[in-house]
Write a protein that binds this ligand. Structure first.
Ligand SMILES: Cc1ncc(COP(=O)(O)O)c(C=O)c1O
Length: 403
């Protein structure tokens, strides 16, 4: 099928819910993608942060191939060897004490589970979430998501969620009532534009939760598995949650979500409380085992830290030379560049030049490349970006001088 035909069919039948970029991607390898015409791109979108171990990672492919010949589905009501293997691996790498795991199929589901679990454990319905926070678009997760654009068409949502400013522990304290059962927070806010928790904030949340017997939920769906240069972003501040949500890169690209919790919390769930037909299916579990082995075996966490510094330094130097860049933020290979203007042209011209980036809102570029991206690709990507920013700045100056 050619490009025109593929676009025509998708435009006709695909639910119109995605902001689309005008390319048809058909192949991937590592941090490189190819479109239907054979054009090559450096992938700094990384499947929205999913492709941690790279596209079509050989170890993941082998695990999927092998498992697909043995067993693809095995409901959670039956025991399974690969699932057991994954649970053991997760318990080894999870923050201390968080070794009970509920397996689902997506980030939003991991959050749904966390919200229900906190309510079941605490018996208290209120949740405190953060301004600019993003936790997914199912009704429960959406209730804890800040953006009015996503929320307003679907009101009323869960009425027991209050929002307090990200980074302000005092405001959290003020919002707590005797009905508050959970606080949910991303250690680094991703979708809203890469906002890193200010030092001390997560620690204060931990103290508040300990003091008031509230469940602290960290949503590490975007930050987990080495993305930020630590296995879990919360390690940057040495603060551990009671419940942690994971998804995205966990299974090398196959759908899988996980909600990790302390035993005393997870055991408040009773049989039938929360289940999922596909959750913990052997195929995704096999892919996740291979993914975790690869992350550890290839030192991807350290790699994200080292390459992230190189990437960020380049972004900082672009900022230094161009006034239209307002800010550069992030840790490891989770980076953002905020501009003073709409980034649409930069995004589209990037595609022309073989660079795929992500946006966060109108004026923030986001970079979530596979952690296997090469140093050379980072230099190439940032050189392209530099030329895009220069061109954009120049055209704005020209327009202003003509006005
Ligand atoms: C922090 C965070 N939580 C939850 C989600 C929702 O995940 P999913 O799209 O898999 O439902 C995302 C997705 O971007 C996310 O970044």
């Amino acid at each position: 099928m050619d490009e025109r035909k593929i676009k025509e069919i998708e435009d006709r039948h695909f639910a119109p819910v995605y902001e689309r970029l005008p390319i048809v991607i058909v192949k991937g390898q590592g941090a490189t993608l190819w479109d239907v015409n054979g054009k090559e791109y450096i992938d700094c979108m990384g499947g929205y942060g999913v492709a941690i171990v790279g596209h079509c990672n050989k170890k993941v492919i082998d695990a999927i191939n092998e498992q697909s010949r043995r067993l693809i589905i095995c409901h959670g009501s039956l025991y399974n060897d690969v699932r057991a293997n994954l649970l053991e691996k997760m318990a080894k790498i999870s923050p201390k004490g968080l070794d009970d795991v509920y397996l689902s199929n997506s980030g939003a589901e991991a959050v749904e589970c966390a919200l229900k679990l906190a309510r079941r454990y605490s018996g208290k319905p209120e949740v405190i979430a953060m301004t600019r926070g993003y936790h997914g678009k199912t009704l429960g997760a959406l209730s804890a998501t800040w953006s009015q654009k996503y929320r307003s068409p679907f009101l009323p949502l869960l009425s027991d969620v209050k929002f307090t400013p990200f980074g302000d522990a005092e405001k959290v304290r003020e919002a707590i009532t005797e009905k508050t059962g959970a606080i949910i927070v991303e250690p680094i806010q991703g979708e809203s534009g890469i906002y890193v928790a200010p030092d001390g904030f997560l620690k204060e949340l931990r103290e508040i939760c300990d003091e008031k017997n509230i469940v602290l939920i960290f949503d590490e769906i975007q930050t987990g598995f080495g993305r930020t240069g630590k296995m879990w972003a919360c390690e940057h501040w040495n603060v551990m949650p009671d419940v942690m949500c994971l998804a995205k890169g966990i299974a090398g690209g196959l759908p899988l979500g996980a909600t990790l919790a302390k035993k005393e919390i997870m055991s408040s769930f009773k049989t039938g409380d929360h289940t999922s037909t596909f959750g913990g299916n052997p195929l995704s579990c096999a892919a996740a085992c291979a993914t975790i082995d690869y992350i550890i075996g290839e030192n991807l966490v350290e790699r994200a830290n080292n390459l992230g510094s190189i990437f960020k330094e380049k972004l900082e130097s672009i900022k230094k030379d161009h006034r239209i860049v307002r800010d550069v933020r992030g840790l490891g290979l989770m980076l953002g560049m905020e501009l003073r203007f709409d980034i649409k042209n930069i995004l589209m011209n990037g595609i022309e030049k073989g660079l795929i980036m992500l946006y966060s809102g109108k004026n923030i570029l986001r970079f979530l490349p596979p952690l296997v991206i090469s140093e050379e690709q980072i230099h190439k990507a940032t050189d392209i970006l530099e030329s895009l920013v220069s061109e954009d700045e120049k055209s704005r100056i020209e327009v202003r001088s003509q006005e």
